[in-house]
Write a protein that binds this ligand. Structure first.
Ligand code: ADP
Length: 257
């Protein structure tokens, strides 16, 4: 604890007592540690692609540019690494916007089932590369008061993860359901699953169960942190049910007004 003291005076200026203020610095320390870890993570995530871009461009300048196969291969790597940095910076900016005190969503009527179809189209190529079947199902139209682009981002992040953490040839199911207590968005995969001790941490910034796998699949490590913020800002809830080696289901519930 951090203790600070201040005297209390009466109207006539006589000393009447003292105020003691106890601050729980363990909480402050925890926040400070989180901030430091975050800065260290961001620096590391940016440094890795930068080192690679620098190395390959130097090798090109040192002569590799004269060998067509090497030149094409190295330029390809440079472009991929630059894209990775761009995605990371975009996710960081989005996260910092979502965390601002004065941030507000742009609410309009949103057709949830239509957004799901749009996301399936955007991710169809990614799914095809792993022969993953994207199956969407809904019973009729479900309309929400919501921030359309941000809900689209949520669906995109969840379905991209479902593809990333599933084996070739498996199936990803996206369902939109209207129930008496609210509207539901369910993303279900038959992938690698998440161990019980990890489930509680996956919404933390840069928390990854398997770092190498996440990087290789193109993740920034911020996808679920962004999802959680957007869900909270909509006063919705998100639930994860996962069995290691069997699969994972994310369920978002938008309560009826
Ligand atoms: P990343 O860019 O690493 O995918 P996310 O914030 O989207 O970052 O997810 C955090 C971690 O949660 C992932 O690295 C992965 O370990 C785990 N995860 C997320 N979605 C799934 C899923 N559908 N199946 C298994 N693990 C998942």
């Amino acid at each position: 604890y951090m203790v600070s003291a201040a005297p209390i005076f009466s109207d006539t200026g006589m000393l009447r007592g003292t105020t003691l203020l106890f601050n729980d610095i363990s909480e402050l320390k925890r926040l400070e540690k989180m901030r430091k870890d975050f800065v260290a993570n961001v620096s590391h995530e940016l440094k890795t692609p930068l080192t690679s871009i620098r190395g390959f461009s130097e090798t090109l300048l040192d002569g590799a540019k004269e060998v067509p196969e090497l030149r094409d291969q190295f330029l390809d790597i440079i472009q991929k690494e630059a894209t990775r940095m761009q995605m990371l910076v975009e996710d960081l900016l989005e996260l910092s916007r979502l965390e601002r005190e004065d941030f507000h969503l742009e609410f309009t009527p949103v057709q949830l089932n239509q957004l799901v179809e749009e996301v399936c189209l955007v991710l169809s190529q990614k799914a095809e590369q792993k022969s993953i079947h994207l199956e969407s199902r809904h019973d009729g139209e479900v309309v929400l008061q919501a921030d359309m682009n941000r809900i689209k981002q949520v669906i995109l992040n969840l379905v991209a993860n479902a593809i990333n953490y599933s084996p070739e040839g498996s199936q990803v199911e996206i369902a939109v359901e209207k129930r008496p207590d609210g509207s539901y968005l369910i993303v279900k995969d038959n992938g690698i699953g998440i161990a019980p001790k990890e489930v509680g941490r996956i919404f933390e910034r840069f928390y990854r169960v398997d770092k190498a796998r996440s990087r290789n699949s193109g993740g920034t490590g911020l996808g679920l942190a962004i999802v959680k913020h957007i869900v909270d800002l909509h006063h919705a809830t998100i639930q994860v049910d996962s069995v290691e080696g069997e699969g994972t289901t994310f369920t978002i519930k938008f309560p009826s007004a």
